[in-house]
Design a protein around this ligand. Structure first.
Ligand code: AP5
Length: 217
């Protein structure tokens, strides 16, 4: 199965992608995580992406499309969930082209809907594991031991782009450049929408209800 998870920064894309891949045995392809890995490794791509990411802007399409096309090509045949890509209409068109040249297409689009006011609290309270990528929140999704990853005990960190001013810029960028991607997909495909302001478990339950119903259809 090939799934795209859309939504504003902080809507819960990473959180729900991790739950979907665990349950369905798919590959989680997060453009943000791949970029952060490139940065940590000091690659040319990572260096180029740094200033865009830290200021809440999008990394140029040509860099992202090439990076994600490679990740998709290397993914196992069981399928994948895209998280954070595509983020512009141009990226969505390029993804369509790349998939159709490999005889593939997207099966399902899930859109997490949320108000900007909820996002600010989520982002400033987010903590993540630099080792395994698990995501927590200091109030809503606490780790068992404060400040430590449940899975591997690594000290949790805060992302530099989760500062309030950068979050505001990321939301502006989302409304200007990424929201139109939802309209692009609604023109040709069924987009399933979820109220992402509910608790993470309620949102997951709705997502799995949809996935189960589609599997039975
Ligand atoms: P990226 O890493 O993709 O960031 P993002 O889209 O801004 O999304 P986030 O990872 O911040 O949020 P999320 O929706 O995954 O939420 P999460 O599950 O963590 O991109 C970073 C940067 O890279 C971009 O700004 C850009 O520069 C660049 N980039 C990436 N892709 C690109 C592309 N395609 N083109 C160009 N540039 C690109 O949840 C957030 C918090 O809320 C967590 O603490 C979580 O525990 C909590 N939470 C989640 N769900 C709930 C819930 N239901 N109730 C309560 N708390 C919840």
């Amino acid at each position: 199965m090939r799934i795209i998870l859309l939504g504003a920064p902080g809507a819960g894309k990473g959180t729900h992608c991790k739950r979907i891949v665990e349950k369905c045995g798919l590959e989680h392809l997060s453009s943000g995580d791949i970029l952060r890995k490139e940065r940590a490794e000091g690659t040319e791509l990572g260096k180029e992406a740094q200033s865009y990411m830290d200021s809440g802007q999008l990394v140029p399409d040509e860099l992202i499309v090439k990076m994600m096309a490679k990740a998709i090509r290397n993914a196992p045949e069981t399928g994948w969930v895209l998280d954070g890509f595509p983020r512009t209409v141009n990226q969505a068109q390029e993804l369509d082209k790349a998939l159709s040249s490999d005889g593939q297409s997207v099966d399902l689009i899930l859109n997490l809907k949320i108000d900007d006011s909820v996002v600010m609290d989520r982002m400033t309270g987010r903590r993540s594991c630099p080792k395994c990528g698990a995501v927590y929140h200091i109030k809503n999704l606490k780790p068992r031991v404060e400040g430590e990853c449940d899975k591997d005990g690594t000290e949790l960190v805060q992302r530099p782009d989760d500062e309030p001013e950068v979050v505001k810029k990321r939301l502006d960028t989302y409304h200007e450049q990424t929201e139109p991607v939802v309209g692009f997909y609604k023109n040709g495909k069924k987009v399933y929408e979820f109220d992402a302001s509910k608790s993470a478990d309620e949102v997951s339950a709705k997502i799995f209800e949809t996935l189960d119903a589609l599997a039975k259809a």
